[in-house]
Design a protein around this ligand. Structure first.
Ligand SMILES: Nc1nc2c(c(=O)[nH]1)N[C@H]1C(S)=C(S)[C@@H](COP(=O)(O)O)O[C@H]1N2
Ligand SMILES: [Mo]
Length: 527
């Protein structure tokens, strides 16, 4: 007996009311008739889905605001985007950075709104965990109960029928009353559940720098991280259109029956009751959204730390062990590499830059057997690693560059971290900066922490060269960090020193870096 039939029999013995299906002869053909009472699990799963998909949509829009441009390839050149959600134009004659490209969306459409990438991402990743969990349970149950027959076309006549229904709908005729599974709707449901949803997940994963570094072939399926971003966006539009259509049909086609189905699993209710039920359903969802938005804007740290308790372990389990295997071709190097973070304007830095950093030294200290002070010449004489890799900024842009410098592992072999040293702290000569929306703190030093495991990866390097030339000022001269499985913000530019510590709770605000402390970015920059 096929497994699905066994499963079906098993589940219908537990939930006998779930689905009734029987077969009969119709025009000499055996057809299967499925009758449903919307079971309780389906109604609960539907509500959970509504909650998380709406959180995902709003937080996704927030993420888009950090780089409101979409491209068809990973060169991600300003002006070559196929769509743009901001009127800003970047100046031709002076240095602009990707922070200048950010826009802000209202809290009515974005979660939390007002240009808050860090928290938008927290909500997005928090929601995705529950959305996937709910989705998996849903898949298992629809197959176990036989409900899938209401969603997946089982005969060829289905497609012309769906087309007929769509034509009828287009000319203003509603589908036959009482059947939420006429071919056209069935096709839409199947498309959303089996194509759009999974495609969202696959393109979402293709935006993870750790995933792309470990499996460089993977994002190529979608024409790179930017292609994946664009498809992810188009799926979002697909979801929004589906939701509009779905709600319209619920309202227009047998509203009373639909509400009874959605809430009680079957039957008919009065128009008044149906209206109240509909409002209640939406009030539950709206209350959650209002709470999430308000709380994020008022107590951002609480949301950041609270949601990270759930997100960080999942991220770590999925991507923590990834080791970069990137090795792009020279011909793939991006013609233009964006800048994020402006060079320090301090006298200290200007002095250093004036004589080509000949008086600059990288200090290595903390929990080490041997402290170091290394000049640029010292670094040039050490073991050199060259790599062509893709940079993924948290805001959304990408660029491929060739980096040359000393592996951090080589520095470790010189300074010998003590056995209790767990993290390396990279301190910058630069401070943070405030953007036009008031985010950022120019009074704090820019620093980022990585753990020693990551520091030992062979593509974790201290780069003094970019694209075969000395590292330019705006990209971090004299020295910057490259960690290829992480988002760009971890790669501290204008390095001052490396400190080895056992824990980082006492550094800055204690969250593991300037951008985590100040901009609420998440722990573990692997996605
Ligand atoms: N000191 C310092 N380092 C920094 C930043 C910064 O603002 N200050 N920005 C980070 C971010 S968010 C990114 S994406 C990369 C950008 O590197 P690039 O300017 O060479 O493109 O640098 C990282 N290193
Ligand atoms: Mo970034």
């Amino acid at each position: 007996m096929p497994t699905c039939v066994k499963l079906y029999e098993f589940v219908s013995s537990i939930f006998p009311r779930c689905v009734q299906h029987f077969s009969m002869l119709y025009n000499n053909e055996r057809v299967i008739i499925v009758m449903i009472d919307f079971p309780l699990w389906l109604r609960i799963s539907h509500l959970i889905n509504v909650i998380f998909i709406t959180l995902l949509i709003r937080s996704g829009i927030e993420i888009l605001s950090a780089h409101p441009k979409l491209y068809t390839n990973d060169k991600a050149i300003d002006g070559k985007e196929w769509i743009k959600f901001s009127r800003k134009k970047m100046p031709k004659d002076k240095l602009w950075t990707s922070t200048d490209e950010e826009t802000k969306f209202s809290s009515w459409i974005a979660l939390p709104g007002r240009s808050n990438l860090g928290l938008g991402r927290h909500w997005h990743f928090f929601s995705i965990i529950f959305w996937i969990g709910n989705g998996v349970a849903y898949y298992i149950l629809i197959f176990a109960t036989g409900l899938w027959r209401t969603l997946i076309p089982t005969s060829f006549s289905f497609f012309p029928e769906a087309f007929k229904t769509m034509l009828a709908m287009a000319s203003g005729h509603l589908p036959p009353p009482g059947n939420p599974f006429d071919p056209a709707q069935q096709l839409a449901y199947a498309g959303v559940i089996f194509i759009l949803g999974p495609l969202m997940l696959l393109t979402g994963a293709a935006m993870s720098p750790a995933m792309d570094a470990r499996f460089p072939w993977y994002p190529k399926i979608f024409r790179g991280r930017q292609g994946a971003r664009s498809i992810h966006f188009l799926c979002l539009i697909g979801f929004i259109l589906f939701i509009i259509m779905h709600i319209s049909l619920v309202l227009l086609d047998n509203f009373q029956v639909n509400m009874a189905n959605i809430i009680f699993g079957g039957g008919v209710v009065s128009l008044l009751v149906a209206t109240i039920l509909f409002l209640l359903y939406f009030i539950v969802v709206i209350v959650i959204h209002v709470w999430a938005t308000e709380h994020s804007l008022r107590r951002p740290r609480q949301i950041q730390v609270g949601l990270d308790k759930v997100i960080a372990p999942v991220k770590h389990a999925l991507f923590g062990g990834a080791i970069s295997r990137q090795n792009f071709k020279e011909s793939e190097i991006s013609p233009y590499f964006r800048v994020n973070g402006r060079p320090p304007e301090t006298n200290e830095y200007k002095e250093l830059a004036k004589n080509n950093f000949s008086s600059w030294k990288l200090r290595v200290y903390g929990l080490v057997d041997k402290e170091l002070a290394l000049s640029l010449d010292d670094l040039h004489e050490m073991k050199k690693e060259t790599q062509i890799t893709e940079h993924s900024c948290i805001q959304g842009w990408t660029a491929i560059g060739k980096w040359g410098g000393v592996p951090v592992s080589f520095i470790l072999s010189l300074c010998h971290p003590k056995s209790n040293a767990k993290y390396a702290v990279f301190h910058s000569l630069a401070n943070g900066e405030r953007d036009e929306y008031g985010h950022g703190d120019p009074s704090r030093e820019f620093y980022e922490v990585i753990d020693l495991e990551l520091a030992k990866h062979h593509q974790t390097i201290l780069a003094y060269e970019m694209n075969g030339k000395p590292l330019p000022i705006e990209h971090g001269a004299p020295l910057r960090l490259r960690v290829e499985t992480q988002l760009g913000f971890k790669m501290v530019k204008w390095l001052r020193s490396i400190e080895f510590v056992e824990q980082y709770k006492t550094i800055g605000e204690g969250l593991g870096g300037y951008r985590e402390d100040v901009q609420h970015f998440g722990i573990g920059a692997s996605i």
